[in-house]
Ligand binder design. Sequence first.
Ligand SMILES: Cc1cc2nc3c(=O)[nH]c(=O)nc-3n(C[C@H](O)[C@H](O)[C@H](O)COP(=O)(O)OP(=O)(O)OC[C@H]3O[C@@H](n4cnc5c(N)ncnc54)[C@H](O)[C@@H]3O)c2cc1C
Length: 399
Amino acid sequence: MSSQTFDFLIVGGGVVGLAIAREIKLRDKTKSVAVLDKESELALHASGRNSGVIHAGFYYTPDSLKAKLTRQGNVLLHEFLQEKNVAVKNVGKVVVTTNDKQVKTLEELYQRGLANGVPLEILSEQELQKLEPNTRTVSKALWSPTTSVADPKSLVQALESELKNLDVKVILSEKVLSINGKTVNTDKNSYSFGHLVNAAGLYADKIAHKMGFGLQYDMLPFKGLYWYAPKLKNLIHHHIYPVPDPRNPFLGVHLTVTVSGDIKIGPTAIPAFWREDYGGIANFKFSELVQVLADLPRFLVSPHHNAWSLVASELPKYSRKYLVKQAKKLVPSLAQEDFNQKGKVGVRAQLFDRKAKRLEMDFVVESDADSTHVLNAVSPAWTTSLSFAKHVADEFLPL
Ligand SMILES: Cc1cc2nc3c(=O)[nH]c(=O)nc-3n(C[C@H](O)[C@H](O)[C@H](O)COP(=O)(O)OP(=O)(O)OC[C@H]3O[C@@H](n4cnc5c(N)ncnc54)[C@H](O)[C@@H]3O)c2cc1C
């Protein structure tokens, strides 16, 4: 067992931890920075298991961190990926309605987007037909030209190689087990730090609790399944989303186009019973099941969300038939048999406030002089990785 000391020690090598490490070095290259990850390679969790959609920032209330950081993050991420020669497909996105009631919410999204400084347009049914002939809407649709897509892993790889040049130490295969004062103990070594940044994704609450932060929170994991339709390449040319239920933090079943032109449905937001519940019983932890079984009933009686309706509408999505039926509301010509290739499952690190019985809708950061804890780095935290890192460095880090 060896012991090393770093000015900044970052727990978690997803896009959030990597982007924060980069931002520290760009601001002060004399600081020693290390990133610790429990896995033997990066991008094994949310940062490598997401849709790769570079969001524009129109969903979020104008006073939220998500609104501010998504608009900025969209611009910064496009610049960064271009500089690193990472392919981006500028597909844009349409939001369509499936009934009259949703038209009002669509107009609210439009106003929200304008308040957030996001370029948006309202389209008539005829204009939508011209843009995306295979899609349907009820009277109006929303067009977002700045939404795009990239391969999620490629961002992790680009950040990792930049960190090498910036002399950041990325330490793999070491799991943080305990923290005593200003020393972190992993399963192999111990590390002393000037300031610790917790960016541990699905385990960020556990790391925070070890240092007395975020004690009212637990992670309530939600599972995202995808299905690909290899034969339908180029059937649609833009991402197609439904109008979301504003009381829940998820966006509903949607169709996205990948960088290579493939079409996929998903992700779902099915309650998961343990955190790394990617399939079978791999990574099953009984203590996590117990926590989820204690928190789910609290969520179901929450006055803040439409929880029963969310669970009732999500559970059937284990069935591919049901999932495609939902997607057919957006693109009627889809057929179940076209979606015959399963995508990689992702799990959202959704933060739940046990006392308030509320899923946190915005990013949450808690901090003191010794440590900063990134909680609720849910979507669109991949899009906002670079702007979020700037925010954390501006507001919380001793730089
Ligand atoms: C299904 C799905 C679809 C999504 N789609 C999009 C999208 O299209 N666009 C978008 O902007 N966002 C999207 N997101 C959100 C985005 O993927 C996440 O917000 C982002 O990847 C979070 O990054 P992270 O660094 O916080 O977490 P992670 O990528 O999970 O990284 C956390 C790291 O911490 C490590 N770790 C955990 N515990 C320990 C420990 N004890 N010791 C050491 N290391 C530890 C893990 O191994 C992991 O590598 C999606 C998320 C999901 C799940």
